[in-house]
Design a protein around this ligand. Sequence first.
Ligand SMILES: Cc1cc2nc3c(=O)[nH]c(=O)nc-3n(C[C@H](O)[C@H](O)[C@H](O)COP(=O)(O)O)c2cc1C
Length: 229
Amino acid sequence: MTGALPYDEVVRGRRSIRGFLDKPVPRALIAEIIEVAMRAPSSFNNQCWNFSVVTGAPLDAIRRGNSEGILAGKPDSREFRRFDRVVDAHRARQIEIAKQLFGAMGIARDDRDARQDWVLRGFRQFDAPVSVVVTYDRALLGSDIAPFDCGAVTNALVNAAWSRGLGCVINSQGIMQSPVVREHAHIPDDQVIMICVAMGWPDETFPANAVVSNRKSVDEAVRFVGFDD
Ligand SMILES: Cc1cc2nc3c(=O)[nH]c(=O)nc-3n(C[C@H](O)[C@H](O)[C@H](O)COP(=O)(O)O)c2cc1C
């Protein structure tokens, strides 16, 4: 085990990484990270999660197929339910992080080409050397618990990676054309595709990697009930 950083330092320091060095990630290190991540709790300890770790030619084929499908106007075929429209505080937060990222990258509001280029990077999983596709057992399809458990293990995964110097971005753009991901990652039919995580060594010179996203305050998020103090 090579994990070194204290927990709070990992959680507070972690950021989504969207620019990667062209440097391979050892398979054993990824296995170690997934082993740590799978200490995540799950309902009835069902451990419904599975992982397809993709690199090299199959990952390039996924990037290509995902991008081409989107550019050709193929509908979103992700295997989870989505909201139709983001409004109010959620929309405001979406705009805020986009402004932070575009600001860091020097992308002007009216620069449509640069904005499009950024979106396309997302569909290519930010050209990361590794994609971890998180899936769950189809036997649990229809339960909200399986996506919840996948969220727990995915959060643990990005933190375990960060603790070892690796950067990640959880990336739902990368699975927009899920049949392409299924085909090239050879994901069996008994698995539902939940999300992918783009992973690699952070490029410290990539401006968006320095962006620290905001969080609402504990006062905004929490109601304490039944406390005396
Ligand atoms: C389920 C999920 C899907 C996400 N999909 C994308 C994505 O497609 N593209 C992207 O750039 N970031 C994506 N993100 C990253 C979020 O934008 C990011 O976690 C959030 O802005 C907070 O920033 P931080 O991770 O740096 O703390 C996703 C995160 C989650 C949890």
